[in-house]
Ligand binder design. Structure first.
Ligand code: ADP
Ligand code: NI
Length: 214
């Protein structure tokens, strides 16, 4: 592997190795692998995809608070020897297009590389791993598993979405179940089918068990 790329892997692992909110190093590695798989089928630039997938969460608002301009990604790229301004800009611009910002907010990326990384990140938010990550995130943020009577909200702005604090079960209706129809590539849509069905099965079983107390 290219020495610069290897340094990025090492630096990103250091930034997220202790995360317990579903944004750990294994999430990053799964997104990198999924993104490279999709990239090959969609003819995207694989180095841009790999670097953006590696760095897609290092400046995330959920983990670091809202900061402008991807400072952590800039530093990691610079330290790894990626110093050409246009290259760095291309990667940070790609990362900036990945994140979900609320059910009513359009976040369709403009480049194929950003579309691929967004799809890979979204695939890792659904299915069995998605269920596990949602509850890990909820626990890490003191969110309740389920609050009967509290209706899901389809947030119409990024600000509303950022400040929401409903239950993790509501997060399925506010984001996770919407993702399969918001994927950019045919490759990701195919992978999503089984994962989406599994979440529906999980929720049906959850409410079946819960209904014992009704
Ligand atoms: P994105 O940037 O699109 O949100 P990430 O990989 O950064 O993608 O994070 C998504 C993960 O965080 C998902 O697994 C999702 O379930 C979890 N998550 C985000 N918000 C919540 C929430 N309010 N409740 C439970 N899980 C959440
Ligand atoms: Ni992510």
């Amino acid at each position: 592997m290219d020495d610069g790329l290897h340094k990025v892997y090492q630096a990103v692992e250091l930034t997220c190795k202790d995360d317990a909110s579903g944004h750990d190093w294994w999430h990053i590695l799964r997104v990198v692998k999924l993104a490279l798989f999709i990239s090959e089928r969609e003819n995207a630039n694989s180095l841009t995809v790999e670097l953006a997938a590696l760095l897609h969460d290092v400046d995330d608002w959920k983990l670091n608070g809202a900061v402008e301009g991807c400072p952590v990604a800039h530093r990691i790229l610079h330290d790894a020897g990626f110093c050409n301004n246009d290259d760095v800009q291309l990667i940070t611009h790609t990362i900036g297009q990945v994140s979900f910002k609320g059910a009513g907010v359009n976040t369709t990326p403009t480049t194929i590389e950003a579309k691929v990384v967004q799809d890979a990140d979204r695939l890792d938010a659904i299915g069995a791993i998605g269920v596990a990550r949602a509850f890990a995130y909820g626990g890490a943020r003191q969110r309740q598993i389920y609050i009967p009577g509290l209706k899901p909200q389809l947030h119409q702005s990024f600000d509303e979405y950022q400040h929401a604090n409903g239950s993790t079960i509501n997060h399925f209706y506010e984001k996770l179940l919407l993702l399969k129809d918001r994927l950019n590539t045919q490759t990701a849509r195919q992978i999503a089918v089984e994962r989406h069905q599994f979440m529906e099965l999980f929720l049906a079983q959850f409410f079946k068990e819960w209904s014992m107390f009704d």
